[in-house]
Design a protein around this ligand. Structure first.
Ligand SMILES: Cc1cc2nc3c(=O)[nH]c(=O)nc-3n(C[C@H](O)[C@H](O)[C@H](O)COP(=O)(O)OP(=O)(O)OC[C@H]3O[C@@H](n4cnc5c(N)ncnc54)[C@H](O)[C@@H]3O)c2cc1C
Length: 331
């Protein structure tokens, strides 16, 4: 079902930044009204009136519910299904940087928007050369764009899925299933959220950041530590910087680079205890640290997820700094 929370306009998407002109959207709010009672409430004549009004009201409520249900039933179809893979046609691909492209797939109904639960991801599938299915998770970055499911995909030299997606041309299809929920984000569920992201690990973080910052009732502050090899590897920087600029009291971003260029003046190296202490909320029940990145970074920062993809124990630097299980979430 589509969400009906009033939201502030989201920052323009990566596809917009990369030259598309699809509009962002604002989900309309449902206004509610209340009636005041009269001082002669207990008079029988008025009670009949109230009963009549209640009957009419109940009818109206029923009609409103029916209308709402039919509106939901008639909500434009994305074509996504969490139970089965369905083919989506690549409409457009845009060059993003030296190893990453933006892949824009058509939704079933061009007027539909994804509006996925936050946070959630999709699975993509194709049959490898050995006849076996290759299945990998990706986080769409086009929550509110009409008619599009956009994936920002980094190509790895030996990467099965990323090489496959990068081989696609407009008109080709990719099997996609979803959305599949992760930890549900609720406004104000924590006072502070820390995020340690590496490379493409930024995409699930961005989903949460945009959700939190576009909800006018949300007061959560977010501290993002975003680690990359070099500054040219930083994905979605324009979008993140724009969000930080618009929300200086709620989003603080630290970029960390492993192989700095000469003009880089931010921190350098891998994620360390000192940097986590400086940039993350301290371990406490009102804060949460999300971690998402390549396996070596996960091992270093939070320890890996368990073999069955459950959270597993907290390990790595976060454990050494005293973070408990309930204060860490591994994507
Ligand atoms: C919740 C979630 C959301 C994700 N969202 C995105 C997204 O939006 N965009 C995106 O590009 N990727 C995303 N990923 C990563 C993606 O699922 C794949 O792991 C990645 O594309 C590599 O898959 P592959 O089949 O190409 O590589 P594989 O064949 O699995 O591996 C090839 C080589 O790449 C290395 N490798 C594998 N995964 C990674 C990684 N994540 N970082 C660095 N090296 C790696 C392996 O060690 C190996 O050497 C997400 C992962 C998760 C868990």
């Amino acid at each position: 079902m589509r969400r009906t929370v009033a939201r502030m306009a989201p920052i323009r998407s990566a596809s917009t930044l990369a030259a598309s002109s699809m509009p962002g959207s604002v989900t309309p709010s449902v206004a509610s009204s209340s009636s005041s009672s009269s001082s002669s409430f207990n008079k029988p004549r008025n009670n009949r009136f109230i009963l009549a009004a209640a009957v009419i009201g109940a009818g109206a409520l029923g009609a409103w519910s029916a209308l709402r249900e039919s509106a939901d039933a008639a909500a434009p179809e994305t074509g996504l299904n969490p139970k089965e893979f369905r083919p989506f046609t690549l409409a457009k691909r845009l060059h993003y940087n030296h190893n990453t492209d933006l892949f824009m797939f058509e939704l079933a109904d061009p007027s539909a928007t994804l509006d996925l639960p936050v946070s959630s991801f999709v699975l993509t599938k194709f049959k490898g050369a050995d006849g076996k299915d290759v299945i990998k998770p990706y986080t769409p970055i086009s929550q509110h764009e009409r008619g599009m499911l956009s994936l920002l995909v980094k190509k790895y030299p030996e990467g099965k899925m990323s090489q496959h997606i990068h081989s696609l041309k407009p008109g080709d299809k990719l099997e996609i299933k979803g959305p599949l929920p992760k930890l549900q984000y609720k406004a104000n569920m924590k006072r502070e959220i820390g995020m340690v992201a590496g490379g493409t690990g930024i995409t699930p973080m961005l989903q949460v950041i945009e959700e939190a910052l576009t909800d006018p009732t949300d007061r959560t502050t977010i501290k993002l530590l975003f680690a990359n090899t070099s500054s040219r590897d930083i994905l979605l920087k324009e979008r993140i910087d724009a969000l930080a600029l618009r929300n200086p009291d709620r989003l603080k971003v630290t970029y960390l680079i492993d192989k700095p260029e000469r003009d880089w003046n931010g921190p350098v190296g891998f994620v360390s205890k000192e940097l986590l202490k400086k940039t993350m909320p301290p371990p406490c029940p009102v804060s949460l640290v999300y971690v998402c990145g390549p396996p070596p970074m996960m091992n270093l920062v939070s320890g890996p997820k368990a073999k069955d993809y459950s959270q597993g124990e907290v390990g790595g630097l976060l454990k050494e700094l005293g973070y408990e299980q309930e204060s860490v979430f591994k994507f």
